[in-house]
Design a protein around this ligand. Structure first.
Ligand SMILES: Cc1cc2nc3c(=O)[nH]c(=O)nc-3n(C[C@H](O)[C@H](O)[C@H](O)COP(=O)(O)OP(=O)(O)OC[C@H]3O[C@@H](n4cnc5c(N)ncnc54)[C@H](O)[C@@H]3O)c2cc1C
Length: 261
């Protein structure tokens, strides 16, 4: 099915692109992913685990950074918290914040780095007025067109409707098929100008999951083409719900508007 999708895109006159992370992302081709030995891997598996024995690395699990310690506008360490309580760790050189798109701004704001109105509203002392922290979030709306298939060539399966033997058979097929499709992520994607859309493709349908109330797939096999708007006009913001680091921040999303010109 994957080669068929690629051939169809070529047949429609679109450009082939084997490196979406290269100089130009336009075109169609196989997706790139973090894959080793035919399986998707996380950052921890790919980078952290091999380095875990290094004498200059200590990994603290089940531990959260609750504050970046700041002295005279300079980050000098972090406060961390776990089941045994709070600890302060001093930085000899620098503090790198890599908490992800939502929790990085939360940690910065908890540490007094953010817009002063935002910080004062939850009682946090402003150490550096930086209103851009937590601002200017872009979302990409996706609309999946799901197509049911009568044959059983897809990897995916409708969890709700599929008999268990088909599900197992399909998963084993996924592993047996070798590194390329077994990752289930080398599925093709395309970026086409109309005006700016990503058309992703999946050779399996997950829309019939137990959570999904609307999309029954009696046969359990199919494919999906997701149309993704890449240039939304609307912007969102992450705000602090409280000065308590254990509480998740608010994720405020404004109504999405896709630019059509
Ligand atoms: C649904 C979805 C689909 C996506 N699909 C794709 C895709 O197809 N291709 C692609 O390239 N990207 C995709 N992305 C984006 C990709 O996942 C992110 O860009 C990437 O994971 C960011 O990596 P990161 O290391 O910056 O942050 P994250 O992967 O978010 O890692 C941050 C880590 O920090 C930890 N953390 C946070 N706060 C604290 C704290 N205070 N103390 C201690 N630890 C903390 C978190 O628990 C987490 O483990 C997708 C994202 C989502 C949500």
């Amino acid at each position: 099915m994957t080669p068929a999708f690629l051939a169809a895109m070529g047949g429609l006159g679109f450009k082939r692109n084997d490196d979406f992370n290269g100089a130009n992302s336009e075109g169609y081709g196989p997706r790139q992913g973090t894959i080793a030995n035919g399986r998707r891997v996380s950052t921890a598996t790919a980078y952290l685990r091999p380095a875990s024995q290094r004498s200059n690395l200590a990994i603290l699990t089940n531990t959260s950074a609750s504050e970046i310690l700041i002295d005279n506008r300079r980050a000098i360490g972090v406060e961390v918290v776990n089941a045994s309580g709070k600890r302060r760790l001093a930085a000899r050189r620098e503090v790198i914040v890599a908490g992800g798109a939502i929790l990085s701004p939360q940690l910065l704001m908890l540490s007094g780095i953010g817009g002063h109105e935002e910080l004062r509203s939850v009682g946090i002392e402003v150490k550096h007025h930086l209103p851009g922290v937590g601002a200017n979030y872009h979302d990409h709306l996706a609309v999946a067109v799901l197509m049911e298939m009568r044959n059983t060539e897809s990897y995916g399966i409708s969890w709700r409707a599929a008999p268990r033997d088909i599900l197992i058979c399909s998963s084993m097929q996924c592993f047996a098929a070798g590194p390329w499709p077994a990752t289930c992520s080398r599925q093709p994607a395309s970026y086409v100008r109309s005006p700016a859309l990503e058309a992703g493709y999946s050779s399996g349908v997950s829309g019939g999951s137990p959570q999904s109330k609307h999309i029954p797939f009696p046969l359990g096999h199919g494919f999906a083409i997701s149309i993704v708007g890449l240039y939304p006009k609307s912007r969102g913001r992450v705000r602090l719900a409280s000065s308590d680091p254990r509480l998740h921040p608010w994720w405020i999303r404004s109504c999405s508007v896709i630019r059509t010109t």
